[in-house]
Design a protein around this ligand. Structure first.
Ligand SMILES: NC(=O)c1ccc[n+]([C@@H]2O[C@H](COP(=O)([O-])OP(=O)(O)OC[C@H]3O[C@@H](n4cnc5c(N)ncnc54)[C@H](O)[C@@H]3O)[C@@H](O)[C@H]2O)c1
Length: 387
């Protein structure tokens, strides 16, 4: 590849690793006539555990295997599945055992919810193995991974892949956005975005930028996917300022950003401003996800339009929807074998990570950073903590 990223960078496997495609002899077989999708879970911590409960509530899906490197999480998940399904799923505890699920013909699809530094590697491997996957956001935390994933996607265009942007499952929101694209609020002038958390330090890998990517990748990609959804364009540049070492100043190992504010310059004069912080006293938290146009505004999370001169909002039409519907949409796309049927595919993942990467680079270098400069960034791809 011309960009200096080689596939070998990604697929190299340490001593505990296994080759992609190993048979999973411990997986249960499927009874003849049983047309349930056989799903494997990789990563069943906080988020993966929630996804697991949601999948257990869906019809037509059997969870046949679980892989997690934390024994307590692995056991808890297997027990929950056994209780609900009446059959204990296969369990795997190695850092590279996920490759056995990807290579097994007894697994139809995977749900992946590991820490962010694993995503690019796991999603790349899933594409290469041709295994449909629902993968948590962000799709990647370096520009190099994004470039490799784009190239891999081009070679494997038919693999169904849903990125965990569950806000994309809301049909009322989709309708409101369709109407904005049709011109109902006029030309877009301004994006007013913010997210203010007051949860304090989350600890663990979240505190380590190498593993999480920092908040503009780990968390704010949800908002950046909304930006992509509404505009269909990436920012031309970002200019960002921020602060670290405020939330937990005594913790020298915590190197993530406690507050930043950024200005994103889009084509045709659209300016989006976004502030993201973890330093909010009680009742000061919250979010705003709005666009202002020449004829009105769009409240993206509120799924409604407000036109100049009117008193009441115009709600988008269609059912609501969040994580369960996002998962259901993924399984429907797997059944239909249609990679275009997902709410939020690989392109959503890449476009959202691009914005986070521009912001992070701009913050670090205290200057305006262009889209092209972001893509050329040579931050190394994450090294997995265990190999
Ligand atoms: N979509 C959302 O709203 C949402 C919400 C929360 C978290 N997330 C994302 O979900 C992901 C997981 O977050 P979390 O809060 O559940 O973290 P977590 O630490 O609670 O869980 C991660 C799990 O992955 C396991 N794991 C780590 N490496 C593994 C490997 N190589 N193979 C198998 N298992 C492995 C860990 O043992 C742990 O059980 C993150 O990327 C996060 O950004 C998304």
């Amino acid at each position: 590849m011309s960009d200096g990223v080689t596939r070998r960078d990604f697929v190299k496997v340490g001593s505990a690793g296994v080759a992609l495609g190993l048979a999973t002899s411990t997986l249960p077989g499927q009874a003849p006539g049983d047309e349930k999708l056989r799903c494997a879970f990789v990563g069943v911590g906080g988020r993966g555990g929630g996804l697991l409960q949601a999948v257990l509530g869906l019809e037509g899906v059997d969870i046949v295997a679980v892989c997690d490197t934390t024994p307590a999480n692995l056991n808890r998940a297997r027990e929950a599945i056994e209780q609900k399904q009446g059959r204990r799923p296969a369990g795997f505890g190695g850092a590279y055992d996920y490759r056995q699920m990807l290579g097994s013909d007894k697994v139809d699809c995977c749900v992946i919810a590991t820490p962010c530094d694993w995503h690019g590697r796991m999603y790349h491997d899933a594409l290469v193995a041709g295994k449909p996957f629902y993968g948590e956001k962000p799709i990647a935390i370096t520009a190099k991974e994004c470039k490799l994933l784009r190239a891999t996607r081009e070679q494997h265009p038919n693999v169904v892949a849903q990125i965990g942007f569950q806000w994309g499952a809301h049909q009322g929101r989709a309708d409101a956005i369709r109407r904005v694209k049709g011109g109902e609020i006029g030309e877009l002038i301004e994006g007013r975005f913010c997210r203010h958390n007051g949860w304090g330090s989350l600890g663990r890998w979240f505190n380590d930028r190498k593993r999480s990517g920092d908040w503009m990748l780990e968390q704010a990609v949800h908002e950046f996917n909304l930006l992509w959804w509404v505009t269909g364009e990436h920012p031309l540049s970002a200019y960002t300022l921020g602060r670290t070492n405020v939330v937990e100043p005594q913790n020298a190992k915590r190197d993530i950003t406690d507050f930043y504010a950024t200005i994103l310059e889009y084509p045709k004069g659209l300016v989006v401003h976004y502030a993201h912080g973890w330093i909010s006293p009680p009742n000061f938290g919250g979010m705003e996800t709005k666009f202002i146009g020449t004829k009105g505004g769009l409240d993206v999370l509120g799924a409604s339009l407000m036109l100049q001169g009117e008193k009441d909002p115009r709600p988008g039409e269609g059912a609501g929807g969040d994580t369960a519907e996002h998962l259901r949409n993924f399984f429907d796309a797997v059944r239909a074998n249609d990679p275009k049927a997902v709410n939020c595919g690989i392109e959503n993942g890449l476009q959202a990570s691009y914005v986070g990467l521009m912001i992070r680079k701009s913050l670090d270098e205290k200057r305006k950073v262009t889209f092209e400069e972001m893509l050329e960034d040579d931050t190394p791809m994450p090294e997995p903590p265990e190999a």
